[in-house]
Design a protein around this ligand. Structure first.
Ligand code: SF4
Ligand code: SF4
Length: 432
């Protein structure tokens, strides 16, 4: 999922602007074997013994075309996988060297998303020196983290991740912890949240797991998870409604998880702990542009470039029908403005069921990610988001506090004043 905006000091997130192209320099290859990971199995889309490593030719083409495609003064590179640290620090030294010629005209930032298990002193020093932001996958305390995040031999990864976290903190690396909310993780909201707080984590993002069992289209591609629902390609094979995997969060449970964390956060931690999910919602309540593709009205601005130069419409649509071109041959601007990518982006809005169109929370939700739209509305229309019961419940629950924080910000006060307001009569004024 392409969630790249990091909160600013005021506690709001910067809107995602321009084109965003997330890179997979190691493809789907990873040293862990997390049972809910949707990307590991993309390996089956390549030949046996394929070399999953971004070449210097692809790296140079990516850096050049990505910088040249940006109209904004800032360019944000995001490195993801698979596990990008398997490439070694040397690869990222070459990344920084490739970016250097543009550093005078653009502010270049890098974000590395990692499972943290290979972070050592050398990595931590490099990431600090080059100003990388790190997205670290950590699902909570040992007993929660080890529910799903095991290595290839089925062993715990917890100690290795915690070692990485501490090294990154010691070196002052900007850090955002990504918690994957799978079925059993969802049962432990406060254990997860308080654990991260106690570990000194200040930026947290929750990502729900929603995957379906494979149908014929997925099996034909050698996949064990279902393909996303039909979007904009009439010819695209797709798996219709199917049972979800055992790791998938239950339809209402993700909302319950967010609500439990929100209730603690809004009373104690506004302004000191940045929970991205709440900041995305606050942006919507402040009538600001969406800061993450999930809650934007349209898709289409956040593509991926694989290790071999192939560009796809989105991280969740890395399938042959969503292959846009090759970064070495094609103009990135033309690929992103192509009728195929434009149709992909517009389909999020045009395919929205009537139930969503008249929903009170459409302004904050926009039907969330199309890959999760395989449920049916109460009146029988297909294309409803599987997580709709979660979102309706969550958005309803946070409305009063969000209205309060939006009003505080509009009056030049910090959103954190909501914490006092919730204890006194001010909340009544804010609700007017
Ligand atoms: S909360 Fe449900 S009905 Fe409302 S926009 Fe989101 S998915 Fe649609
Ligand atoms: S399909 Fe759209 S909302 Fe979902 S991850 Fe891709 S760009 Fe974001």
């Amino acid at each position: 999922m392409n969630q790249t905006a990091l909160p600013d000091a005021a506690g709001a997130s910067a809107p995602v602007q321009g084109i965003h192209l997330m890179a997979k320099p190691m493809g789907p290859i990873c040293n862990l074997d997390c049972s809910y990971c949707f990307y590991l199995e993309k390996e089956h889309q390549f030949e046996p013994r394929h070399r999953f490593r971004m070449s210097d030719e692809v790296l140079q083409a990516y850096v050049r075309s990505y910088v040249e495609a940006q109209t904004t003064p800032e360019v944000e590179f995001t490195w993801q996988g698979g596990e990008p640290t398997l490439l070694g620090v040397e690869f990222f030294e070459r990344v920084v060297a490739a970016q250097r010629p543009w550093a005078a005209s653009k502010r270049i930032r890098n974000t590395l998303q990692t499972n943290g298990t290979l972070i050592d002193e050398t990595w931590a020093r490099f990431l600090a020196r080059e100003g990388f932001t790190v997205g670290l996958s950590l699902d909570g305390p040992r007993e929660v983290h080890d529910l799903y995040r095991l290595d290839k031999q089925g062993r715990s990864s917890f100690d290795a991740v915690m070692r990485g976290l501490r090294l990154l903190q010691q070196h002052g690396v900007a850090l955002n912890v990504l918690v994957t909310v799978a079925r059993d993780v969802a049962r432990h909201p406060l254990e997860v949240y308080r654990f991260l707080k106690d570990e000194g984590v200040r930026f947290i993002q929750f990502n729900p797991v929603v995957e379906r069992l494979p149908g014929p289209a997925a099996i034909a591609l050698g996949q064990t998870f279902g393909t996303p629902p039909f979007l904009s390609r009439p010819s695209s094979p797709t798996d219709g409604p199917a049972a979800v995997t055992q790791h998938t969060v239950e339809p209402e449970a993700y909302g319950d998880f967010l609500i439990a964390v929100f209730d603690e956060w809004v009373r104690h931690d506004v302004g000191s702990i940045h929970v991205m999910n709440f900041e995305w919602a606050l942006a919507a309540w402040c009538q600001l542009p969406a800061t993450v593709c999930l809650f934007a009205p349209r898709c289409g601005k956040a593509a991926i470039v694989e290790h071999n130069g192939s560009v796809y419409s989105c991280d969740h649509f890395m399938y042959p029908d969503y292959h846009l071109g090759d970064i070495r041959r094609d103009s990135l601007v033309e690929l992103m403005q192509s009728p195929r990518q434009q149709a992909f982006g517009a389909a999020k809005e045009t395919a929205l069921p009537a139930y969503c169109r008249r929903c009170d929370y459409r302004f904050a939700c926009h039907g969330e990610c199309p890959k999760n739209r395989f449920a049916t509305t109460p009146d029988g229309e297909p294309g409803l988001n599987y997580l709709c019961p979660s979102y309706k419940k969550y958005f309803r629950h946070i409305t009063a506090a969000m209205n309060g924080m939006a009003k505080l910000l509009a009056h030049g006060q910090p959103a954190s004043a909501i914490m006092q307001a919730l204890d006194g009569p001010l909340i009544i004024d804010l609700r007017r």
